[in-house]
Design a protein. Structure first.
Length: 427
């Protein structure tokens, strides 16, 4: 599918034309990404990682540049979570200084159109990763200085508006680079929302460097409309004795939402926690991918991923823990729990271990099941209605993941959206 075409000609050439139109500079890095895009080619069903994600409909669209539009503060607040945090706002791929906080505490923010700073190479090469690197119009550099403990999280709000033409996708791309200096401590919340029901193609890439003895937490929330497509990649490079937590929640996802988290544990005694909760419904496809390299000894990684699927939704989990030869005393754990709410939904799970060292403790597991009707019956004998009993069962399934956020506003938002879906599907 390298030469995939639609009614407007080559899709690759359409994307390259967008790059030339929106970028008045050509860096060596962007040139390198364009070469990789052409070499890899657009993925299709013959590619192992893409065989369960049909792209034909996505690629049939006309792709157009996003508009650097401004929203009112009221419109922005309607999209935002009511968090006690420093807020940066992005609209259709563009940073909005008018809607962002000028005061960000210890967080240091730099916007740079010319990406002349050398950024880390991708941990895992991917077609859409390189496409986002090519098409982003500005890199946001986020820095938390040495020894500083951020008094508030940094809230990155990405608002996307699509195109009224159902055959056209507005293209928006976000590129963030985060550095948490030695012994610093901070949390970043990324939030992606659609402001209307029109289609858009949204790409996001965040590279994160966490230096020695630092503590970093990252939360990602995706609340986009079904006419849109979302492809994102987070890379994390961990230092010595760091503590890192990465949580992803896709509840109201785009038509196709694919998020990958890749991590390199290159220094000793690092603790890593990766967790996710996705709820594909109404023919949505949600895909969570994780890739963790244990490259040094005495590192601990723990992963918990949960999928609820219903109403022709498809949930996909693909995880790999790779332990290098010298990474003795590594401890890697990965669990994927899944819940099918009806016979029309589909869940695909592929956890993997790749171990080249002795004296390690690594494991993975998968569970897939339906609602336990005996437990529903028990609750109904206690005077609880069927709908309420079902909601209680689902809440019990997701509670473990939601509790990890350690944020009441985020937890309540996730629960609200889940209950909204259940209200629609429970007859």
């Amino acid at each position: 599918m390298v030469g995939w075409t639609n009614k407007n000609g080559s899709v690759l050439e359409q994307w390259y034309d967008l790059f030339k139109k929106n970028n008045n500079f050509h860096s060596l890095q962007k040139s390198a990404h364009w070469k990789k895009i052409k070499k890899i080619g657009i993925p299709n069903y013959t590619d192992e990682k893409w065989k369960n994600i049909p792209l034909k409909r996505f690629l049939s669209h006309t792709f157009v540049s996003s508009i650097n539009q401004e929203l009112s503060m009221s419109q922005c607040n309607d999209c935002a979570l009511n968090l006690d945090a420093y807020r940066l706002v992005f609209i259709n791929g563009y940073y909005s200084s008018l809607l962002s906080n000028t005061e960000t505490g210890y967080w240091k923010i730099t916007t740079n159109q010319k990406n002349n700073k050398i950024l880390p190479e991708p941990i895992q090469s991917d077609f859409f990763l390189h496409l986002t690197e090519l098409l982003n119009n500005k890199i946001i550099y986020i820095f938390l200085p040495n020894g500083k403990r951020a008094d508030k999280p940094l809230y990155l709000l990405h608002i996307n508006s699509g195109n009224e033409n159902i055959n056209t996708l507005t293209t928006s791309h976000y590129r963030h680079h985060i550095e948490i200096a030695s012994s610093a401590c901070g949390k970043i919340i990324e939030h992606f929302v659609s402001i209307n029901q029109y289609g858009s193609y949204n790409g996001a890439r965040t590279s994160i460097i966490v230096k020695d003895n630092a503590n970093f937490s990252h939360i990602k929330l995706v609340h986009e409309n079904q006419a849109s497509y979302h492809f994102s990649h987070n890379d994390i490079h961990a230092g010595y004795k760091t503590k890192i937590q990465s949580n992803t929640f896709i509840i109201l996802g785009a038509g196709i939402t694919r998020h990958q988290t890749s991590v390199k544990l290159n220094h000793k005694e690092t603790y890593l926690s990766i967790n996710s909760l996705i709820f594909p419904s109404n023919e949505e496809i949600n895909n969570i991918i994780t890739y963790v390299e244990h490259n040094e000894e005495h590192c601990l990684s723990q992963q918990l991923h949960k999928i609820i699927a219903c109403d022709n939704g498809r949930g996909i989990f693909d995880g790999l823990i790779k332990v290098a030869k010298n990474a003795i005393k590594s401890d890697g754990w990965m669990m994927n729990n899944n819940l099918l709410l009806d016979k029309h939904a589909q869940i695909i799970s592929k956890p993997q271990l790749e171990i080249y060292a002795d004296d390690v403790k690594c494991s993975h597991g998968v569970t897939i099941g339906n609602i336990n009707e005996d437990q529903i019956f028990y609750l109904r004998t206690r005077g609880i209605s069927y709908k309420k009993a079902l909601k209680m069962m689902i809440y019990a399934f997701i509670y473990e993941i939601i509790e990890i956020t350690d944020n009441t506003v985020i937890a309540e938002n996730i629960i609200k959206h889940i209950m909204h879906i259940l209200q629609r599907i429970i007859k």
